[in-house]
Design a protein around this ligand. Structure first.
Ligand SMILES: NC(=O)c1ccc[n+]([C@@H]2O[C@H](COP(=O)([O-])OP(=O)(O)OC[C@H]3O[C@@H](n4cnc5c(N)ncnc54)[C@H](OP(=O)(O)O)[C@@H]3O)[C@@H](O)[C@H]2O)c1
Length: 302
């Protein structure tokens, strides 16, 4: 029986800590503002945006979701983002991905002011992560790191194998965990679709992180006994027996892997809620910096 790494519970603990910081800001006349932009009607994105909006409001922040039509022109979306950059009541700007195909994600993300980049996707934020400097950290990788630390799982000298090299998960996570720091100091291997004999690497992992986007791809034979398993995946798999017609699953075959693992994250209730908690944390930190309040970036340091 493995230990369940409960992201839902840990995320609630973070939100509870943030409520105190939001109250302190309000005493100074500042309400942390989060601006979320959703372009089009992607069903999964709508769910994520709704969850972010609700979580922001729960901690007392001012959250606005801008719902823009799928056919919006690049020029109009650029103008909208520039307006968010220039709005002093907005401390964090989030552009929900994926965007409709005609819109260039990269250059639009680059347009978000680095000092409001609470998603941590701007090249400046990612550069700071790579250099181990303070700055906004991408929410999902940071959530993974904080969750492991909260459960007392030391990464020092451990072999962390990350399957997936996306700019939003795999690459920044590797950069966070390789730093010379108490909650990092791991030896990191990053695998991807070009990796030959993937299982050779995953079976050597003390900590295995799956960020692939393929339902139940990591099977029990790919995991070492006693490994820590972090499942970032969030996949919809058709299931006609369910009222919705689908079920959610991670990138790890949870039922088969759980008995072998020392610790494992569930899906849902693992990395997903942590991602949202870190987004709120980045936004509160941004508002504190704008208000000239000295504060720690780490939500558990307060
Ligand atoms: N819980 C959360 O908050 C959260 C946040 C973000 C993402 N997610 C989920 O996490 C998953 C990954 O997201 P992402 O945005 O990082 O996905 P992505 O951009 O599609 O990247 C997937 C990565 O997996 C690699 N890959 C694909 N097939 C593989 C294979 N057969 N063997 C080895 N590697 C393979 C790809 O390799 P190549 O680079 O070679 O193509 C790529 O690096 C998705 O399920 C997503 O929904 C969850």
């Amino acid at each position: 029986m493995s230990q369940l790494l409960d992201g839902k519970k840990t995320a609630q603990e973070i939100r509870d800590l943030l409520k105190g910081r939001v109250a302190r800001l309000k005493d100074k006349g500042v309400v942390p503002g989060l601006s979320v932009t959703l372009v089009g009607e992607d069903p999964a994105s709508k769910v994520y945006v709704g969850a972010k909006d609700a979580a922001a409001k729960e901690v007392g922040m001012h959250a606005t979701t801008h719902r823009l039509p799928a056919g919006i022109s690049e020029a109009d979306l650029r103008a909208h983002l520039i307006a968010q950059n220039n709005d002093a009541a907005v401390h964090g700007i989030l552009l929900q991905l994926p965007l409709p195909k005609h819109l260039p994600e990269e250059s639009l993300l680059d347009l978000i002011a680095a000092e409001k980049d609470v998603d941590g996707f701007h090249p400046v934020s990612l550069g700071n992560v790579m250099l181990g400097r303070p700055g906004f950290k991408p929410c999902t990788p940071w959530g993974v790191q904080v969750l492991l630390r909260r459960y007392g799982i030391s990464l020092k000298g451990k072999h962390v194998v990350i399957v997936g090299r996306s700019n939003i998960v795999g690459k920044p996570l590797a950069n966070l965990l390789v730093q010379k720091a108490d909650d990092a100091d791991a030896t990191v291997t990053v695998c991807h679709s070009g990796t030959k004999d993937l299982a050779r690497y995953t079976r050597d992992a003390d900590v295995l992180v799956a960020a692939i986007g393929r339902g139940e791809f990591i099977t029990a034979d790919m995991v070492k006994d006693g490994a820590v398993v972090v499942d970032v995946g969030m996949n919809r798999v058709d299931d006609a027996a369910l009222p919705k017609g689908y079920r959610l699953c991670g990138d790890v075959d949870f039922k088969a892997v759980e008995p072998k693992a020392a610790s494992i994250t569930p899906v849902p209730g693992g990395v997903g809620p942590m991602t949202i908690a870190m987004l709120l944390s980045n936004t509160v930190w941004s508002a504190e910096r704008a208000a000239g309040i000295e504060s720690a970036q780490d939500p558990f340091a307060n």
